[in-house]
Ligand binder design. Structure first.
Ligand code: FES
Ligand code: FES
Length: 166
């Protein structure tokens, strides 16, 4: 009988709520969020850092959840797509802009794009179209052709400049 795979307990804050849970050492952060916490809004596409679908915020920075081990998130503050809206369900300006500008079709890429842009527009609210396209260069979308995503991002940037949060 093979030895059980190594496991350990980690404690982290996800979308404002503290979690303490066991995980196998080999689990990625994305796998832990999906299978350990049931937060399936974080998607897995390539699982090797190329597509950006798994992007989440770790201590406010956009991180590929497939390239970070869950155990590395010990003590961290993680935000997933489920945490972008307000507690009362009100969409963030970025989410609202995606809805208003048809920034998604199948939606597979959308969680990673929204988390990527949430961090980017927070730090670069004056970003122009080329800069937004550059910021999105690590996120693959197979449906939209990117134009509506960029339009949504520019609309969200305008809203953020007018004083709302990303
Ligand atoms: S699933 Fe992580 S970058 Fe593609
Ligand atoms: S909306 Fe389908 S992959 Fe982007």
């Amino acid at each position: 009988m093979p030895d059980a795979l190594p496991r350990r307990r980690i404690t982290l804050t996800v979308n404002g709520k503290e979690h303490s849970a066991e995980t196998e050492d080999r689990y990625s952060l994305a796998d832990f969020l999906r299978h350990g916490l049931g937060l399936t809004g974080t998607h897995l596409g390539c699982e090797h850092g190329v597509c950006g679908a798994c992007t989440v915020l770790v201590n406010g920075e956009a991180v590929r959840g497939c390239l970070m081990l869950a155990v590395q998130a010990e003590g961290c503050r993680v935000t997933t797509i489920e945490g972008l809206a307000d507690d009362d369900g009100a969409l963030s300006p970025l989410q609202q802009a995606f809805m208003d500008n048809h920034g998604l079709q199948c939606g597979f890429c959308t969680p990673g794009i929204l988390t990527t842009l949430t961090a980017y527009l927070r730090d670069h609210p004056n970003a122009d179209e080329p800069e937004i396209r550059e910021a999105l260069s690590g996120n693959i979308c197979r449906c939209t052709g990117y134009d509506t995503i960029v339009r949504a991002a520019l609309a969200a940037a305008r809203t953020i400049r007018e004083g709302a949060k990303a």
